[in-house]
Design a protein around this ligand. Structure first.
Ligand code: UDP
Ligand code: MG
Length: 308
């Protein structure tokens, strides 16, 4: 068993791979620990896999997996963690935005007694629009979610074996690994770093994939969307009652309301509120079914000393 497994998802990273392998191997060699690097080829259509085969030929510490098609970043990471054998598991992106040189600092933090050290992006070198969207998203997610999801943290982290095992024991279709990792609890700490620019090549996350990930974060860790409908329904009912009272007063005291208007107001405004509220209630049941089907554990034990 190696001391450390580093998982790196690869999707058409031909132009980054030589530098990625060089930098991650030398960063880990500097640490004086035994390690394996698990590259997960997520259905690349360029020569990433051929390159990986070559690197594996030169260095058996390099382990490689290739998925049958493109399953996406989160699935690729999941597959990598499932095959990691190290006492510690690390995750970094394959485009060198996450500098492998700071993994040593993460591991030192673990030895101070933490179970998970996750990277927090102090700065990003991306376009202003993308940066603003990321910032807003993590703030909205934090407000909405029923767990503590650390701000501006990605999947870049190092964790102890038990945490990695828990993550792969919970296969969820809408994977949001940074969410499940923080949901698990344990002793976690953030580590600030400056996120680099992509070393080469184009971003592999399309807008659609990024939105999907963003929604996974919200829908897998928050009841907010369902609650929102119920609250909206109640608000609509509340205001419609006020408005109905006003029209009734107008009709019976001033008589300046056209024939049929009052009935219309009652039906349209009151019943749209009632419908929204009913949808919210149904949504609440569906959410509970969803919750049960995921079978997340009721509790998680960190340590146990039960014998006499
Ligand atoms: N990636 C992957 N499968 C995908 C998309 C991305 O394995 O479908 C990998 C990609 O090769 C990279 C990492 O996930 O190593 C992060 O992708 P990228 O840098 O394009 O994302 P961004 O930095 O734009 O969020
Ligand atoms: Mg990137």
């Amino acid at each position: 068993m190696p001391d450390f497994s580093l998982v790196i998802p690869i999707y058409n990273e031909s132009s980054v791979l030589p530098e990625l392998v060089r930098r991650s191997v030398s960063a880990l060699e500097a640490l004086d620990i035994s390690f394996e690097i698990i590259f997960v080829d997520d259905g690349s259509s360029d020569d990433s896999w051929e390159q990986l085969l070559r690197y594996r030929g030169q260095d058996k510490r390099i382990k490689i997996l290739s998925l049958s098609r493109n399953f996406g970043h989160q699935a690729a990471i999941f597959a990598g963690i499932a095959h990691a054998r190290g006492e510690l598991t690390g995750i970094i992106d394959g485009d060198l935005q996450d500098p492998p040189e700071i993994l040593g600092d993460f591991i030192r933090k673990i030895h101070e007694g933490y179970d998970v050290v996750y990277a927090v992006r102090k700065t990003r070198k991306e376009g202003i629009v993308k940066k603003l969207i990321y910032k807003a998203y993590y703030r909205i997610l934090k407000k909405m979610s029923n767990i503590y999801i650390p701000m501006d943290s990605g999947d870049f982290c190092v964790m102890r074996r038990m945490v990695a095992e828990y993550i792969v024991s919970r296969p969820e279709q809408s994977l949001f690994i940074r969410g499940i990792r923080s949901w698990l609890g344990f002793r976690q700490i953030g580590f600030e770093y400056d996120r680099d620019k992509r070393f080469a090549g184009e971003p592999k996350y399309t807008f659609r994939k990024l939105m999907l990930l963003a929604f996974n974060g919200i829908f897998s860790f928050s009841r907010f969307p369902v609650k929102f409908i119920s609250v909206l329904g109640m608000l609509v009912i509340f205001f419609s009652l006020i408005y109905i009272a006003i029209t009734l007063v107008k009709k019976y005291y001033f008589g300046d309301v056209p024939q049929g208007f009052t009935t219309l107001i009652i039906f349209i405004s009151l019943f749209s509120g009632v419908q929204l509220l009913s949808l919210g209630l149904i949504g609440e049941y569906i959410h509970r079914i969803y919750d049960e089907t995921r079978q997340r554990p009721i509790y998680i034990i960190r340590e146990k000393k039960l014998d006499d």
